[in-house]
Ligand binder design. Sequence first.
Ligand code: ADP
Ligand code: MN
Ligand code: MN
Ligand code: MN
Ligand code: MN
Length: 366
Amino acid sequence: MELVSSSSRLNKSVRQQYMVLPQHGKVQVTYVWIDGSGQGLRNKTRTLDQEPTGVQDVPKWNFDGSSTNQSEGSNSDLYLVPVRMFKDPFLLDPNKLVLCEVLKHTQEPAETNLRHSCNSVMDQVKEHAIWFGIEQEYTILGMDGRPYSWPINGFPAPQGPFYCGVGADKAYGRDIAECHYKACLYAEVKIAGTNAEVMPSQWEYQVGPCEGIEMGDHLWMSRFLLYRVCEDFGLKVSVDPKPVAGDWNGSGCHTNVSTWRMRQDGGLQFIEQAIEKLNRRHMEHVCVYDANGGQDNLRRLTGFHETSNIKHFSSGVADRSASIRIPRQCSKEGRGYFEDRRPASNCDPYAVTMAIASTILLMDED
Ligand code: ADP
Ligand code: MN
Ligand code: MN
Ligand code: MN
Ligand code: MN
């Protein structure tokens, strides 16, 4: 098996000689989209004659859907519809990254384009100014598929010293987290922070607060940047919710939520109402909280390792073994936000935010 990645061993200082060449006003725009797996990202680049000032200046494009599991070879063209523009931290200004929705030739959304329906829910609840913040956990893997820098025959020391750790034997692969953070800031992805996680080579970053549809857009672009940074270093990313079985923490996408009313004085009552509604739809939510209809989260939501049991809905103040946690500070202040701890690291944030917004804001009171 090839254990060294091909991109990372190219000489990056030779690359630098080309990266500084003038572009004579032309702009490279890289279109990014979610492929037929609902988890993978694809991208391709074209030249525009002028710098686009916003997504409205970026033309639609198309691609071969038969190569991404999104259509049959006999009718393979799918449309790329630009929906959000970011700065490109790899090719640098004035070049752009553009997140796209995928439409079929009939103009209907492709199967894995959940943004389309998410966007219409977010439009319906606009007056509530719903904010989200997602904590994306992930594990860095070597090209051999094992967590980065884990011993070849065996395991590192048990969990304990790694969470927010410092030192060569505590923090595994910090360059990834730091370079990804800078890349997000350059791109103007709304990254809020980062920390080393409980399992060695496991990390987290947070994106938010983002309003409505912005959450899915920024999280997907942050994942693109993470894969791309790791490519430079010859490492892989796993967003599997339980990358190592046994006494090792899994990975989630804790989703923090507030509406305008929850953020005002006395807002805690609206948080409690929302939690009651989430309780009534627990199983429906669990089914869209990972990339496999709830199957992946079965391995993670065991009731151990700071998780709740997938079978039971629960909530509590400062309770990290509950489905929903109300942060201590919010309970004290009587307003703020709540944290849905159930979404898995490989969830589609459009599915998660759409489910939460429709349950807490569009569900009938009965
Ligand atoms: P934890 O204590 O669970 O590890 P983090 O600090 O990692 O929490 O993440 C908290 C997340 O909550 C951040 O993404 C932040 O943007 C988000 N957040 C903060 N305030 C709000 C709010 N009012 N509504 C929604 N999300 C919020
Ligand atoms: Mn071709
Ligand atoms: Mn966190
Ligand atoms: Mn965490
Ligand atoms: Mn959390």
